[in-house]
Design a protein around this ligand. Structure first.
Ligand code: IPM
Ligand code: MG
Length: 360
């Protein structure tokens, strides 16, 4: 039965990198018999421009009907002065929360070919393979109350609320333990339990869930230490699980260990495995429209989509192999070229498609 993919290019380099993903999907349909139907819709700034809202009703409806969502990136300086509710980020956050995509998987894997692109010494990062599991629909990103209020003394006060209910902690913990079972069976839960009550509960619930996973070695780490350990000795980690904001920050750090944020895909899953797939880099307005963006994070996101939502692990592996092969062949976009010759976004996409076809 044909499966449906909603494609949301968004803003900035989202358009260019998604075009490469569409090219690769067409190759998978024509040459590898992948049975999918795709439909494109507007999100973020593009949603605002076309429909006056960063998450148009029609886009949300399409996403609800689809088996998987492929997302580019959102945001741009032209939208910065809009009301908070109309800013592009609201489109992404609204989609995550409306579809209950609570489990965000952000793998940080170093391709050996790119060891010299990392800002850390090769011996610190070679062989790096971490999976960050970030809670995506709760915590301080969504906690109420929130806002900016007037105080009696005439000044304003900004406030947000960091809350986690037990069931929210439990389900993300299970998600992380399940992933750890498929990997090296080491899970590090990251919190700030020395200061925050919400982290105290987080630690308690994660520990309790851990009793169902006797084969997984569970450890706990404060977030400040985790940030330091990620740049000091990142290979000590296998799977990390953490809340929404800590995960946002640590996943950018982990991304940079791999040489470029342009290499990292992600999956955001609901409890049934339906998911949204996106590169973790943003819309990069400074390089948009120049065809220099790295499409590999997006192509690797398609691989995650095939693996987690479309039950096509062989095709997913073939994409991973194709990406490894184009790196072996020396193809580099500017972000990973380390000053050497760089190919364009389109040339990189073409190279991956050719490397896929070579596997037929
Ligand atoms: C991410 C991004 C988003 C986030 C922004 C664009 C709202 O930084 O996916 O990591 O903070 O979650
Ligand atoms: Mg982020």
């Amino acid at each position: 039965m044909s499966r449906k993919i909603a494609i949301l290019p968004g803003d900035g380099i989202g358009l260019e990198i998604i075009a490469e993903a569409e090219k690769m999907l067409q190759c998978l349909q024509h040459d590898f018999g992948l049975d999918v139907e795709t439909e494109t819709a507007a999100i973020g700034g593009a949603g605002f421009d076309q429909f006056g809202h960063p998450l148009p009703e029609s886009t949300l409806a399409l996403c609800r009907q689809s088996d998987a969502i492929l997302f580019g990136s959102i945001g741009g300086p032209q939208y910065d002065s809009l009301d908070r509710e109309l800013r592009p980020e609201r489109g992404l956050l609204g989609l995550r929360s409306s579809l209950e995509l609570f489990s965000n998987l952000r793998p940080a894997m170093l391709y050996p070919q790119l060891a010299s692109a990392s800002s850390l010494k090769p011996e610190i990062v070679s062989g790096l393979d971490i999976m960050i599991v970030r809670e995506l629909t709760g915590g301080i990103y969504f906690g109420q109350p929130r806002g900016i209020r007037d105080l009696e003394n005439g000044e304003r006060q900004g406030f947000n609320t960091l809350v986690y209910a037990e069931h929210e902690i439990e389900r993300i913990a299970r998600s992380a333990f399940d992933i750890a079972m498929l990997r090296n069976r080491k899970l590090c839960s990251v919190d700030k339990a020395n200061v925050l009550e919400v982290s105290e509960l987080w630690r308690e619930v994660v520990t309790a869930v851990g009793r169902d996973y006797a084969d997984v070695e569970l450890s706990h780490m404060y977030v400040d230490n985790a940030a330091m350990q990620l740049v000091r000795a990142p290979k000590q980690f296998d799977v990390m699980v953490t809340g929404n904001m800590f995960g946002d920050i640590l996943s950018d750090t982990a991304a940079m260990l791999t040489g470029s944020i342009g290499m990292l895909p992600s999956a955001s899953l609901d409890k049934n495995g339906k998911g949204m797939y996106e590169p973790i880099h943003g819309s990069a307005p400074d390089i948009a429209g120049k065809s220099i963006a790295n499409p590999l994070a997006t192509l690797l996101s398609v691989a995650m989509m095939l693996r987690y939502s479309l039950a096509q692990p062989e095709l997913a592996n073939m994409i991973d192999t194709a990406v490894g092969n184009v790196l072996n062949q020396g193809f580099r976009t500017a972000d990973i070229a380390a000053g050497g010759n760089a190919v364009s976004t389109v040339e990189m996409g073409d190279a991956v498609v050719a490397a896929l076809r070579a596997q037929i």
